[in-house]
Design a protein around this ligand. Structure first.
Ligand code: SF4
Length: 64
């Protein structure tokens, strides 16, 4: 999950998990579809976000 209101576009998530996160035209993080990075890389990207804008969510979750 990405909280785009918190995202400042630092790009750290894109560095750590470039096949899961990308920047849109506003330089805010968006999810790649489908995401391809290893789970550990995604977890690292989530932890690296200085804004706490990212959170891991189980794939089975129906929430957006
Ligand atoms: S690391 Fe966080 S603040 Fe930086 S682009 Fe990714 S979601 Fe946005």
């Amino acid at each position: 999950m990405i909280d785009r209101d918190l995202c400042l576009g630092t790009g750290l998530c894109v560095v750590y998990a470039p096949q899961t996160f990308a920047h849109d035209d506003e330089t805010k993080a968006v999810l790649q579809d489908p995401p391809h990075d290893a789970e550990g890389d995604v977890a690292t990207a989530v932890e690296a976000c200085p804004m706490g804008a990212l959170a891991l969510r189980a794939p089975s979750s129906a929430e957006g």
